[in-house]
Design a protein around this ligand. Structure first.
Ligand code: ZN
Ligand code: FE
Length: 253
C-alpha cells in the first residue's frame, strides 16, 4: 500500500492510503475537495481519518467528509478538534480492518502541545513536527520539548519513510545549506529535491536515514552544527536546537 499525496492549499499534502478492495484512509484532510476528487476518481470508500494536530490546514475538511462518509476519526486529546471518535496518546495503537493497517502513536509536542505522529508498516506520518530538511515552528512548545520529539522520531529505523504534511523541502534546503554547507549528504539531497521539483514531483517521502544525515534539526550533535551554534553563543544541546530554530524563523531565502 503506497500512500498517495493529494495536494491541498498551497503546499499541504493529504496522504491517501487505499487497499485493493477500495477501502481508504486519509491523514490530515485540511480540505475536503481534494479527498472527494481522489475518492471518486479511484472509486474508493473512505473508512478512516487520522489527524496529527488541531491546525485548520490539517482538520478543516473533516466535517464535510463526515457528512458524506461513514469514516472513523482518530485524533489527539485536544478539545480544539471537535470531530473525533477516538482520542489517542503515547503508545496507543490504531487498529484498522479495512484497509488492514496498524499504527503506533507517538506524542510529539512542540509545534503544538498535543501533536501526535503515527508509525506503522515502515511509514511515519508526522504532520508538522518533522519536515524534510526542517521541522515545524514552535507555536505551543519549548525547544526542549520539540527536540525530545525529534529525538523520538530519529530513533525509528533509518529505512522508515517520512510522510510530512507540507512540501517545504526546497526552501528548507536553502536554509540548511547556510548552516551545514560542507555536508555532502545535504548537497546530494538538495540536488535530488531540485530535480524532483523541476519535474513537478513531490519530494516526499524521504527516509529517516536521509533526514538524520541531512536535516540540520536532527544534526544538533554533529560537529558542523555544534560549531555553527557556538558562533551564535549556544553551547548546550538544547540551546543549539533553539538557536537553529530561531535563526530559521527569521530566514528569508
Ligand atoms: Zn500545523
Ligand atoms: Fe500545517
Amino acid at each position: 500500500m503506497q500512500p498517495v499525496p493529494l495536494p491541498a492549499f498551497s503546499d499541504n499534502y493529504i496522504w491517501l492510503l487505499a487497499d485493493d478492495a477500495g477501502h481508504a484512509l486519509v491523514v490530515d484532510p485540511g480540505e475536503a475537495a481534494p479527498v472527494e476528487q481522489a475518492l471518486a476518481a479511484r472509486k474508493l470508500q473512505l473508512q478512516a481519518i487520522l489527524l496529527t494536530h488541531h491546525h485548520a490546514d490539517h482538520i478543516g475538511g473533516v466535517p464535510a467528509l463526515l457528512q458524506r462518509h461513514d469514516a472513523v476519526v482518530y485524533a489527539p486529546h485536544d478539545e480544539r478538534i471537535a470531530t473525533a471518535h477516538h482520542r489517542l496518546a503515547e503508545g496507543d495503537r490504531v487498529q484498522l480492518n479495512a484497509p488492514s493497517l496498524q499504527f503506533r502513536v507517538l506524542e510529539v509536542p512542540g509545534h503544538t502541545r498535543s501533536h501526535i505522529a503515527y508509525v506503522g508498516h515502515g511509514m511515519l506520518f508526522c504532520g508538522d513536527t518533522l519536515f524534510s530538511l526542517g521541522c515545524g515552528r514552535l507555536f505551543e512548545g519549548s525547544p526542549a520539548q520539540m527536540l525530545a520529539s525529534l529525538d523520538k522520531l530519529a530513533a525509528l529505523p533509518g529505512e522508515t519513510r517520512v510522510y510530512c504534511a507540507h512540501e517545504y523541502t526546497l526552501a528548507n534546503a536553502a536554509f540548511a545549506l547556510t548552516v551545514d554547507g560542507d555536508n555532502p549528504a545535504l548537497h546530494e539531497r538538495h540536488a535530488q529535491v531540485r530535480t524532483q521539483r523541476e519535474a513537478g514531483q513531490p519530494t516526499l517521502p524521504s527516509t529517516l536515514g536521509q533526514e538524520c544525515a541531512s536535516n540540520p534539526f536532527l544534526r544538533v550533535d554533529s560537529p558542523a552544527i555544534a560549531d555553527w551554534a557556538r558562533g551564535h553563543g549556544a553551547r548546550m544541546r538544547v540551546d543549539r536546537f533553539a538557536v537553529l530554530r530561531a535563526v530559521k524563523d527569521a530566514f528569508r531565502a
